[in-house]
Design a protein around this ligand. Structure first.
Ligand code: SF4
Length: 429
């Protein structure tokens, strides 16, 4: 059986043109998907032999797991809910309600990837557009601190570089691609211009470009420590001002290096200045399939995109205080619910040590370092393969997931919904 227009929810590109072949209850092919997408469909489409729930490593029923996990959350003074970037918006919405009822914190993977972009957005505003506009209009593409050839393999071919657009009928020939990075990555092969800057000098380069775009004089000596000459910077500023429609895609090379939200603020301000000369937009290269969705859900439920605290009964936002690394690093959280994420494998050692000390409840579609350490682990079905739902593409466009296979595992939404109902009962008691 073949299913058309299936959505790949592995990375922020959220490609919705996948043709999936199902044979014998398994996915055997995913046409149009890149290597990452194929691996996601083929691995997550295979039946899981893990029990639906495990308590202290021993198989348990779903009801037993729910009861144990709900008691754990209801008894905690300061629980943390974390992850949520690879699940549906419907599950994310229930997780926000659970955080409110539990009186703890909710944080998502944004705080360790594009949190600085979220802070810059609040500070200076985000001049952005959709990927459809990029495809149809952009004649200048700039990737900054991003390696899409490896992280988002179809970004260039489906949206930004090679496709023919309404106002870019020549496709690749009608676009100039610039890559700015601290090292030559595989993406440089697809670029017309590669600008190699010194590590940690993004802010200086962006600020100098902004000054040039605003018609200010920039002293050659003041930019010599950036790795780029004054001539190269002036040529880049000129190229950006002369394009018809440009888009700056920023990656974690910008957000997770020295300067963090100052870097992204400088990028946003540069793009704002460019709009005095031409049409220019900026878009963060979001990694996980629905990390943009969790920012949206949190923002429309609480007013804040990540790191939200409910301990006073209303939402408060303070990155550095209510964000996962800080909460765990200071040993404040006394229980954790981890949904569709693997913090044990990805967070700093101090935060992981705290996770080893407190009861952890993990929801995931497969075995991970976190489910192995969790006191209660649930094996859930995969959003986009076994259940439908909504995800947000990196340009904030919501896209509906198609169900392809049946599964006897519950969805994240179902497990979190049941936890929410039971924690409400226990708290009322
Ligand atoms: S680019 Fe991303 S969304 Fe598209 S097929 Fe590859 S992994 Fe899936």
């Amino acid at each position: 059986m073949q299913v058309d227009h299936v959505v790949c929810a592995f990375c922020g590109c959220v490609c919705d043109d996948i043709r999936v072949t199902v044979e014998g209850g398994r996915i055997t092919n995913a046409r149009n998907a890149c290597a990452l997408g194929k691996s996601w469909f083929l691995n997550h489409g295979a039946p899981s032999d893990l029990p639906v729930a495990r308590i202290e490593g021993k198989p348990a029923s779903l009801d037993q797991g729910i009861e144990e996990a709900a008691r754990c959350l209801a008894g905690a003074r300061y629980p943390l809910i974390y992850g949520l970037s690879s699940t549906s918006c419907e599950a994310q919405r229930k997780a926000v309600a659970l955080a409110e009822v539990s009186g703890g914190c909710i944080d998502c993977c944004t705080s360790v990837c594009h949190g600085p972009s979220g802070i810059a957005l609040q500070g200076v505003g985000e001049p952005t557009c959709t990927l459809g506009e990029v495809k149809n209009r952009a004649d200048l593409i700039v990737y900054w601190g991003s390696n899409p050839a490896e992280s988002h393999p179809r970004h260039m071919t489906r949206y930004a570089v090679t496709p023919k657009g309404m106002f870019v009928p020549e496709g690749r020939k009608g676009r100039t691609v610039v890559l700015v990075d601290v090292r030559r990555t595989p993406s440089a092969r697809a670029a017309d211009i590669f600008l190699q800057i010194r590590p940690g000098r993004d802010f200086e380069v962006l600020w100098a470009l902004q000054a040039l775009v605003n018609g200010r004089k920039v002293d050659a000596a003041s930019v010599e420590n950036t790795g780029l000459s004054h001539e190269a910077l002036a040529a880049m500023a000129d190229r950006m001002m002369r394009c018809r429609f440009g888009c700056l895609f920023v990656g974690q090379g910008l957000t997770q290096t020295r300067g963090r939200h100052f870097n992204t603020s400088a990028a946003f301000l540069l793009v704002r200045s460019l709009n005095r000369h031409t049409k220019f937009a900026l878009m963060p290269m979001r990694g996980h399939g629905n990390v943009t969705g969790v920012d949206n859900v949190l923002a429309w439920q609480t007013g804040y995109p990540f790191g939200v605290n409910f301990s006073l009964g209303y939402p408060r936002f303070n990155p550095g205080e209510y964000t996962v690394v800080d909460l765990l690093g200071r040993a404040e959280a006394d229980a954790a619910l981890v949904v569709a994420a693997d913090p044990v494998a990805s967070l700093p050692a101090k935060a992981v040590r705290r996770l080893a000390e407190i009861p952890v409840i993990a929801l995931d579609t497969h075995e991970s370092e976190t489910t192995r350490c969790a006191r209660i682990a649930f094996t859930t079905s995969t959003a986009g393969i076994h259940v439908g739902g909504t995800v947000y593409r990196m340009d904030n466009i919501p896209i509906h997931l198609r169900k392809v296979l049946d599964s006897d595992r519950p969805s994240d939404e179902e497990v979190i919904g049941r936890l929410l109902a039971r924690v409400k009962e226990l708290k009322a008691c």
